[in-house]
Write a protein that binds this ligand. Structure first.
Ligand code: OAD
Length: 250
């Protein structure tokens, strides 16, 4: 792994633009369960069973209960060394570093990441489920526990829903455009993602098509490994600080 780390460090050092795409693995060391890891199930439900418009239509209380549980869990977590390194890089004056995340936990923001692109929304925001125009714009809602009454839209009193992207839904066009722009970079690094959920997983290929050097940090092989120029198998919270030290040491 030392050799791969040194190779990646020298690529990063030479890069003028770097884009980092993160997934749930980056927050694992903070105590946030990954989606497809051993703690990914809530009761007997998989994320795919609950994170859909039809699941919400069928049983909004159940879906809100799941989100309330996740909010409660995340509220007690703190950014880890991986978030901190990426936040520092995002403030670098000499290299332009974009961080694009699939995570809805806000830990990158809490670590101070500048210009974060959030592809899947935020656990702490809600929007109108009934589709009223004013409620299409997400609002901050930090209510952690559910009361008897389900959260309502402040504009039309319809049902409010978590402002996260669910399976089968489109991503926000502005976020996609920003991520696509960020895919024009010298080094594209994916960290802690299973790389199976599109369109997020497709940005590495876009970056490769534009000539970027592709790197991956994960505990294990992913579908992205085969097309990566370098894969580093290790924990994000260990590998990123090591890389950072190599960069500082020059
Ligand atoms: P997954 O749970 O699918 O994958 C987490 C990845 O992180 C796996 O490949 C693990 O091997 C890796 N991993 C775990 N701990 C790690 C660590 N400490 N360091 C490095 N890697 C580690 O999560 P995502 O890829 O983020 O979508 O999932 C993508 C999307 O699917 C999520 O954003 C969510 C989900 O359904 C929506 O909510 C729309």
């Amino acid at each position: 792994m030392q050799e791969e780390l040194r190779t990646l460090a020298s690529r990063l050092r030479a890069a003028r633009t770097v884009t980092v795409m993160t997934g749930a693995g980056v927050s694992a060391a903070s105590g946030v369960p990954t989606f497809r890891g051993p703690e990914g199930l809530w009761r007997s439900f998989r994320p795919e069973d609950l994170a859909t418009p039809s699941a919400f239509e069928r049983d909004p209380a159940l879906v809100w209960e799941w989100y309330a549980w996740r909010r409660q869990r995340v509220a007690s977590c703190r950014p880890n060394a991986a978030h901190e390194v990426l936040a520092r890089w995002s403030h670098d004056e000499s290299t332009q570093v974009h961080v694009v995340t699939q995570n809805v936990d806000d830990l990158h923001l809490r670590a101070g990441t500048r210009g974060l692109i959030r592809l899947h929304g935020s656990l702490w925001e809600a929007k109108c489920f009934d589709g009223c125009a004013a409620g299409a714009r997400a609002w901050r809602d930090e209510t952690v526990t559910l009361t008897n009454r389900l959260p309502r839209c402040p504009h039309c009193d319809g049902l409010a829903r978590p402002a996260v992207v669910w399976f089968g839904e489109s991503l926000d066009a502005t976020d996609v455009a920003r991520a696509a722009e960020a895919a024009s970079c010298d080094v594209f690094l994916t960290v802690g993602t299973s790389a199976i959920v599109y369109p997020a997983a497709g940005f590495a290929r876009i970056a490769r098509g534009r000539g970027a050097y592709i790197a991956e940090i994960n505990l294990e092989q992913t579908p992205a490994s085969a097309s990566a120029d370098v894969s580093i198998f290790g924990a994000a919270e260990d590998v990123l600080p090591t890389l950072d030290r190599l960069l500082v040491a020059g």
